[in-house]
Write a protein that binds this ligand. Structure first.
Ligand code: BG6
Length: 314
């Protein structure tokens, strides 16, 4: 029987494009892309961001041609994670730990993806983003040659790909019964066309520890690089930092609970001593602007420390 008030068919809505996430066949990398074309790739060794591309395919991360990607050494490029010590071990707890700690070579676990609602930093790019979570705990480390054997921790590292920005955030939990101290840093290698045209703003008139010349110094101008630069700044997280290329902003940094910034470029002579940095003029193609907390942070038993950065690529 024909029904006169038969409801009309419900239109089938067109498929809404969603972010895509894939894991490489050898289970070594996780890649995410947005329907608009942006992408990020993370190596499970060190949970190292290896690549972050804009919708037009422009690469924002520098990775050395000679970078070692098998976990036997930290990646020379991308965003290696410094934890629990910055630089060589400098106290009893870090005795025997490698330079910049063990997190950047450890094999992390991919915990899964989620939508952007959980993004914590202000002005995030809303729905059009995807968050990848990675985890590391003391039980996953093959050997810890130091006092660190006595500590228990769990770290969640979140990498959120947005339409024109990337967020990388750390939540470090002390899951044991002993307090511990740590330093951490997002040791990011930013891709640039030529170091000679680059400046870093936001650190003018901020005193820094000069790891090249020694001592404490201050400059009144934006940073430019024409020799080895290795500086540690303590600067309020509310201060915006930006990398300019040819006087145009290229990267803008927003920091959450990360009061320290390291600016590093090895320049010519130091580059020659680095077997995993290539080609010969690779030092021209990156500047490390590394946000973190490199003072010793005490994490009491049961507590969690959180910090992160958002980088806008322009
Ligand atoms: C920077 C340090 O963060 O990392 C530099 O300030 C250091 O002193 C650089 O040389 C690279 O370290 P590594 O261990 O990756 O060669």
């Amino acid at each position: 029987m024909e029904r006169s008030k038969k409801p009309s068919a419900i239109p089938v809505s067109p498929t809404i494009p969603t972010p895509q996430v894939s894991i490489s066949e050898d289970n070594s990398r996780v890649t995410a892309s947005l329907p608009t074309g942006e992408s990020v790739e993370v190596l499970l060794f060190g949970a190292t961001v290896l690549s972050w591309k804009t919708a037009k395919g422009k690469e924002n991360m520098f990775v050395s041609d000679k970078a070692i990607l098998d976990g036997s050494k930290a990646v020379r490029g991308g965003i290696p994670l410094v934890f629990p010590n910055f630089g060589p071990s400098s106290n009893k707890a870090t005795e025997g730990l490698p330079q910049h700690g063990f997190a950047r070579t450890a094999k992390w676990e991919y915990l899964g993806k989620s939508s952007s609602e959980s993004s914590t930093l202000p002005n995030s790019s809303g729905d059009s983003s995807v968050k990848l979570d990675f985890g590391l705990s003391n039980t996953m480390l093959e050997k810890i040659p130091s006092e660190w054997k006595n500590y228990q921790f769990g770290i969640t590292y979140s990498v959120t790909l947005g339409k024109d920005d990337l967020e990388t955030s750390l939540a470090i939990r002390n899951t044991g019964e002993k307090d511990f101290e740590f330093q951490t840093l997002l040791h990011s290698y930013w891709a640039i066309d030529n170091i000679s045209n680059v400046s870093v703003s936001g650190l003018e008139k901020v005193s820094f520890a000069d790891k090249v010349g020694g001592g404490k110094k201050e400059e009144s101008e934006a940073i430019t690089v024409s020799s080895e630069v290795d500086r540690v700044y303590h600067v309020d997280p509310s201060q915006e930092i930006a990398i300019f290329e040819k006087d145009k902003p290229r990267f803008e940094f927003t920091r959450d609970m990360l009061p320290d910034v390291v600016v590093w470029n090895p320049w010519i002579e130091k580059s020659k001593t680095m077997s995993d940095l290539g080609p010969e003029d690779a030092y021209k193609r990156f500047i490390c602007v590394e946000t973190g907390s490199v003072r010793w942070n005490t994490l009491e038993a049961g507590d969690t420390w959180e910090g992160g950065q958002r980088i806008k690529a322009l």
